[in-house]
Design a binder for this molecule. Structure first.
Ligand SMILES: [Zn+2]
Length: 135
């Protein structure tokens, strides 16, 4: 019997509201602190299951929102020496979740979830070299 190479994939979403200052004109609000809601869709992959026989405890990922929720992102240590743009937020998730190989980060204009704005802006960050394969 041939041995198959397995891959387990999962996806969950982290949502938080926070403020930031993009420190540049046009994209956000012309160098002023302002609010957004962010929705980070986190894609994970592993070639093995953990000791609980799942690819990852999704609660562990979803709880990461407490780092960002209702915070002023420019003041967070995790973004030291960086401007917390949507791209930088995406990078943080790719870098800090071992099994994560991709995130889609949606940036919403309003703080209210029921009013998701029609611009539907998002960035996709990949971290292919960080994949948890064949460890
Ligand atoms: Zn902004």
């Amino acid at each position: 019997m041939t041995e198959k190479i397995k891959s387990y994939n999962g996806c969950t979403t982290v949502m938080f509201t926070a403020s930031h200052n993009g420190n540049f004109k046009n994209k956000c609000s012309d160098n002023k602190k302002h609010n957004h809601k962010w929705k980070v869709v986190v894609f994970i992959e592993s070639d093995k299951l953990n000791k609980e026989f799942v690819v990852k405890d999704f609660n562990e990922i979803e709880n990461l929102k407490t780092i960002f929720h209702k915070k002023y992102l420019n003041e967070l240590k995790v973004f030291k020496d960086k401007i917390p743009t949507t791209e930088v937020i995406g990078d943080w998730f790719v870098d800090n979740i071992n099994e994560c190989y991709q995130v889609i980060v949606y940036e919403g204009k309003s703080m209210f979830w029921k009013f998701w704005d029609k611009r539907n802006r998002y960035v996709i960050c990949y971290g292919k070299n960080k994949r948890n394969k064949y460890e």
